[in-house]
Design a protein around this ligand. Structure first.
Ligand code: KIV
Length: 271
């Protein structure tokens, strides 16, 4: 069943009320017009134009290479498709860390040039000046703690974060800080489920988990992973709902067969 075209738009306030009502929030990534049309019609609450586009769309090993211009291109393609979902866009690596003026300029460019509704920024206390400056312009900010892929060269690996007390305490204090300064929501990536629960119960703003356990206020996955388009990625937190890699390969092979055999185009498929 698809969602009615005139359905009420999701806002940051909707997400807050969903948390208050105990209703789970759904978020999925989107990078282009066609997929965003399907995502929006499916009724997902939030579409994240993630910097995972760097991996999924461009084939890079990390999220670091994607540029602000490329994020704006993806975000504006998504925005043209969306009638209901809240669209959140990642500020890419190098466009906000350590320089709040740059952070503001980057966020303003995303909002102005793509028409997005909010931005997401990775990190806690280290980037709080940048978050505060972006918020001061009236731009809603989603935080992101735990495994923050833009810092992969600092972590060294993509293993579960905050398993030990010191890192868990830092995550808790960062989460409190992000709420205090005005973030409307926080992504919690690849952390123990018990910590996901503690942080979600402690905060009044909604948390959205990816590998953060079942007790976060919402869940997010990379759409291409959920659909089984990406094939060689098997983290424990991922549930695949389709095997589109196989389905698409079979469809393409059927087309190749039909063209080669002369079966396509048939009499009704030409002018
Ligand atoms: O870029 C992305 O897709 C993300 C999600 C994994 C949360 O940040």
């Amino acid at each position: 069943m698809s969602v009615h075209k005139e359905a009420k738009r999701i806002t940051t306030h909707t997400l807050q009320s969903m948390k208050e009502q105990g209703e789970k929030i759904t978020m999925l990534t989107g990078y282009d017009f066609s997929m965003a049309t399907i995502l929006d019609q499916s009724g997902v609450d939030v579409i994240l134009v993630g910097d995972s586009a760097s991996n999924v769309m461009a084939g890079h090993e990390t999220t670091l290479p994607i540029t602000l211009d490329q994020m704006i291109y993806h975000a504006s393609s998504v925005i043209r498709a969306v009638k209901r979902a809240l669209v959140v866009v990642d500020l890419p690596f190098g466009s906000y860390q350590g320089n709040s003026r740059l952070a503001l300029d980057s966020a303003v460019r995303i909002m102005k040039e793509s028409g997005a509704h909010a931005v997401k920024m990775e990190g806690g206390a280290e980037i709080s000046d940048s978050i505060i400056r972006v918020l001061s312009a009236g731009i809603p900010v989603m935080g992101h703690l735990g495994l923050t892929p833009q810092s992969i060269y600092k972590f060294g690996t993509y293993v579960v974060r905050a398993k030990h007390e010191e890192e868990a305490n830092k995550l808790i204090s960062d989460a409190k800080l992000l709420e205090e300064i005005g973030c409307f929501s926080i992504v919690l990536e690849k952390i123990p489920a018990t910590l996901g629960k503690t942080v979600s119960e402690m905060l009044t703003i909604p948390t959205i988990g990816i590998g953060g356990g079942k007790d976060t206020d919402g869940q997010v996955l990379v759409t291409h992973d959920l659909l089984g388009i990406t094939k060689d990625f098997h983290p424990r937190f991922l549930r695949r709902y389709a095997d589109l890699f196989t389905a698409m390969t079979e469809a393409m092979q059927a087309y190749i067969r039909d063209v080669r055999s002369g079966d396509f185009p048939g009499p009704d498929e030409q002018y």
